[in-house]
Ligand binder design. Structure first.
Ligand code: FES
Length: 146
């Protein structure tokens, strides 16, 4: 993720949008690129992207709010749940499905990964870079709340 001033950010978001503006279905790739670079898509980003693509801000917001991968503010907590085969064999899918209902904070980014190199101690996950093995959804939620 990049740390920039709001003017620099706006310039960069506009460049991303303009670079892809003539592609079919440009909106999703633009949103993914902004997410990858800045970690979230804020209101000004929506306006900039809408302006470049000649969409309404509501159109862009509708897409952003439909997909849970897109965030409208920075995540202060990051959880990566392993969904690799070894972890799946010991309950990772249940962890993945149940985790959102256990989280009490709104600033948590939950992502899937496919092997954290901790297969023997699955289900495995990372919370803010800390590897956790033999976990479940409530255990992970407790780690996030610490
Ligand atoms: S498959 Fe989950 S740590 Fe390897």
């Amino acid at each position: 993720m990049t740390s920039t001033s709001s003017a620099e950010r706006n310039t960069r978001v506009r460049a991303i949008a303009e670079q892809r503006s003539h592609d079919r279905g440009a909106l999703l790739p633009i949103l993914h690129e902004v997410m990858a670079e800045f970690g979230h898509i804020d209101r000004v980003d929506l306006e900039t992207i809408a302006d470049v693509l000649n969409f309404s801000v509501a159109d862009v917001l509708g897409v952003v709010s439909f997909y849970h991968d897109f965030r409208d503010r920075p995540a202060s907590q990051r959880v990566q749940v392993c969904r690799g085969e070894a972890c799946q064999a010991v309950g990772a899918e249940r962890v993945w499905e149940e985790l959102p209902s256990h989280l009490t904070r709104g600033d948590v980014s939950v992502e899937q990964v496919f092997c954290l190199g901790n297969c023997a101690l699955g289900p495995s996950a990372m919370v803010n870079g800390r590897l956790i093995g033999q976990t479940d959804a409530s255990g992970l939620a407790a780690e996030v709340a610490r």
